[in-house]
Design a protein around this ligand. Structure first.
Ligand code: S3P
Length: 439
């Protein structure tokens, strides 16, 4: 087994312009919806990360003709709602929770059975949140006794629409049920307890499929069809967030991140950092492929600790590893509450971030649903990212303010969401090198 470790020299600043790779969430949805649409879908700006390639391979194994992605461009010959073929083998979704959870909904309504597997991290993540509401629609999915993958999906072409109130704010669960709803009789409605990313709803409309939103309820009627289309995917705000934090905490920094998706259901990180005193400006706001896009300028700033308003939690859920690093470099106390979901991401992000912060001598305390961090100059040290891509990239940024060298272990999964991270980070000024560790 090979592993990748990052080495970072302390100090420096970030300067320049760049476009981080395409949005992971939108890339998954483009492949999924393009595969079940009628006719050709042409995608630009696709993220060619391991997670999206896992989704792509799953649809190829169900008989969909998809070109090899090149510079983010992809062509999908959609097979229509009922054109997928039963795969011959289990579909391996690697580290990708989004692929597994959303695919459950799509596969529940097929005429064939299928099996979904993942890596060690994905095999620990809770799947009951999708299998239980799908069962109410007639979806039959077997999990382990702990409610985890491997998942065996018994396809049922007679799903029935339901009205389901989500217990947790989750775009993955919402999207899973909406895709099952495409195959169900009648109307499927999902009621959300808080705002979550709405890429599925936007993209369904882009494929000419009617979706209705009333307040916190999203509904669609099953049985129509999607029409193949052209999709332009913006740069991923979740990847841009690392550089937003890096440029904020490092002295003399001034960067512009181009064509970043700033959908309000994703952009909580900008609001949180600006509340902390960051100087983040969105310029050149425009629409691309049904999503708002902007260039984001970030300059060094004096950050102060804040109590993070809970309404921002679902709209910044993937950015907390980076936000914790901003808090560690801020003056005063930052308090996060209402974010228990962080414990069931690619790693337990509260525990893994706490362990890393303590290693660097930062004063931090974990709570059941968040963290309290007292900012202070971080030292150097060795951080175990536990294979969590966002933990690895967040700790890479701390080097810009650390007093000693930083080593980060187990960074291979950075490729799940941000292939080329090191090169781009280096081109902006981060003093990063990587070492392959043959274990
Ligand atoms: C995602 C939704 C979020 C997010 C994940 C991607 C999506 O998860 O954390 O990285 O693409 O729908 P939840 O919906 O479970 O909060």
């Amino acid at each position: 087994m090979t592993s990748i470790n990052f080495h970072l020299q302390p100090g420096g600043s970030l300067k320049g312009r760049c476009r981080v790779p395409g949005d992971k969430s939108i890339s998954h949805r483009a492949i999924m919806l393009g595969s079940i649409a009628e006719g050709l879908t042409r995608v630009k700006g696709l993220l060619e990360g391991d997670d999206n390639i896992a989704t792509l391979n799953a649809f190829r194994s169900m008989g969909v003709e998809i070109s090899a992605p090149r510079n983010g461009e992809l062509r999908i010959n959609g097979r229509g709602f009922h054109g997928l073929k039963g795969p011959e083998e289990s579909m391996d979704l690697g580290n990708s929770g989004t692929s597994m959870r959303i695919l459950c909904g799509l596969l529940a309504g097929q005429e064939f059975d299928s099996c979904l597997v993942g890596d060690a991290s994905l095999s620990r993540r809770p799947m009951g949140r999708v299998t239980e509401p799908l069962a109410l629609m007639g979806g039959g999915i077997e999990t382990t006794s702990g409610g985890t993958a491997p998942l065996i999906i018994h396809g049922n072409p007679y799903l029935e629409g339901v009205r389901h109130e989500l217990r947790i704010a989750s775009a993955q669960v919402k999207s899973c049920l909406l895709l099952a709803g495409l195959y169900a009789t009648g109307t499927t409605s999902v009621v959300e307890p808080g705002i979550t990313r709405d890429h599925t709803e936007r993209m369904l409309q882009g494929f000419s499929y009617p979706v209705e939103r009333k307040g916190n309820r999203v509904s669609l009627r099953g049985g129509g069809s999607l029409l193949g289309t052209d999709i332009d995917i913006p740069a991923d705000i979740s990847s841009a967030a690392f550089f937003m934090v890096g440029a904020s905490i490092a002295e003399s920094s001034d960067i512009t991140l181009e064509q970043v998706g700033v959908n309000p259901t994703r952009a909580g990180v900008i609001d949180i950092l600006n509340l902390m005193g960051a100087r983040i400006e969105t310029e050149n706001l425009r629409q691309a492929g049904g999503e708002p896009v902007a260039d984001i300028r970030v300059r060094s700033a004096f950050l102060k600790g804040i109590r993070i308003p809970e309404q921002y939690v679902p709209v910044a859920i993937d950015e907390f590893p980076a936000i914790f690093i901003a808090a560690a470099c801020a003056e005063g106390e930052t308090v996060l509450t209402g974010a228990r979901e962080l414990r069931v991401k690619e790693s337990d992000r509260i525990q893994v971030m706490l362990d890393g912060l303590l290693e660097l001598g930062v004063d931090a305390v974990a709570t059941d649903d968040g963290m309290v961090i007292h900012g202070g100059p971080p030292g150097g040290g060795t951080i175990d990212s536990r294979g969590d891509h966002r933990v690895a990239m967040a700790f890479a940024m701390v080097a810009l303010r650390a007093r000693g060298e930083i080593k980060i272990t187990d960074c291979k999964n950075v490729d799940t969401s941000f292939p080329g991270f090191q090169e781009m980070a280096r081109s902006l000024g981060l003093q990063i090198t990587a070492e392959v560790d043959e274990q």
